[in-house]
Design a protein around this ligand. Structure first.
Ligand SMILES: [Zn+2]
Length: 132
């Protein structure tokens, strides 16, 4: 259900930006979603279409996924999250609690579970296009 909360946050931020820039109509909103956020994009898109205000009537939402990059704190090896195979239950667990990732993911080089997430968390506005 957090897709609805995220969609609301996107609409709020985009509206504020449009207002600040004096945009009468918003045509395109670029959104970036971190891979570890594991959002149901269908639900997110539906929520956005339901929540958008009048000035967003013709707006397209362009959603791109940012790959998650992890870095081992022990050997400093960097790797991409999607190179590791996780079973479905693990993926579900990470969906709900990104911090739980530390229990399941280990450095592919030295096996240490002590890593940091460099990229791939959260969700943010990338661009907004519109007409003044
Ligand atoms: Zn390592």
């Amino acid at each position: 259900m957090h897709e609805w909360a995220l969609a609301e946050a996107v609409i709020t931020a985009a509206s504020q930006y449009a207002e600040k820039e004096g945009l009468k109509e918003v045509k395109e909103v670029g959104i970036k979603v971190g891979e570890l956020q594991q959002i149901e994009l269908d639900i997110l898109e539906f929520a956005l279409s339901q929540l958008k205000p009048a000035s967003f009537k013709d707006a397209k939402f362009r959603i791109t996924i940012e790959k998650a990059e992890l870095k081992c704190r022990v050997c400093e090896h960097k790797w991409l999250f999607n190179q590791q195979k996780l079973d479905k239950n693990t993926a579900e667990a990470i969906h709900f609690v990104p911090e739980i990732a530390h229990t399941y993911i280990k450095c592919p080089k030295c096996g240490s579970p002590d890593f940091e997430i460099l990229e791939g968390r959260g969700m943010w506005l990338e661009s907004i296009k519109g007409v003044k």
